[in-house]
Design a protein around this ligand. Sequence first.
Ligand SMILES: [Zn+2]
Ligand SMILES: [Zn+2]
Length: 187
Amino acid sequence: MIFTHDAEHALGTVVDLINTGPAACGAERLDDLPALRAFVERNAFSDIRALTAADLARVRGLRERFHAVFLASDVPAAVALVNEVIAEVRTTPHLTDHDGYQWHVHYFAPGAPMGEHLAADCGMALAHVVAAGELDRLRTCAAPDCSRVLVDLSRNRCRRYCDSRTCGNRMHVAAYRARRREADPAP
Ligand SMILES: [Zn+2]
Ligand SMILES: [Zn+2]
């Protein structure tokens, strides 16, 4: 593991969130409350109650700001973005082992609305990435026609494609064909 399991979980959530947006996937995939509820469920958020239109608006706003961290041109730019997110949210760090998970730190205030929960825990996960000098693990997919993001959690920092399943395969097939063309040029 590169980061702690809760940080990696939060980073996976950030990636999933960014990839629901038009800037990453070409369409709005977080377009209503059922879509927001599905996002909460597939990322196993704890302690989330009713979701409202205000939550949806706040989450979409955070999506843009998290995406900006992935696109930041250098560390100071990323630092400014992350600090802004975590400065405006209430955080109450505490250790928990809920639902059979090992001890980990929650940053959101108990009972916090969805947007605050996301800003606190995902904002802090991004802060830890920057503090660990690992900002370059936050990437955009290397496939030329894909703008989705990924977190490279491999030891040797070799991950280049998003996990939409098609990108890695597609690019490997293209590279294979290019090699074939070089080895065996058409007449
Ligand atoms: Zn937890
Ligand atoms: Zn991709």
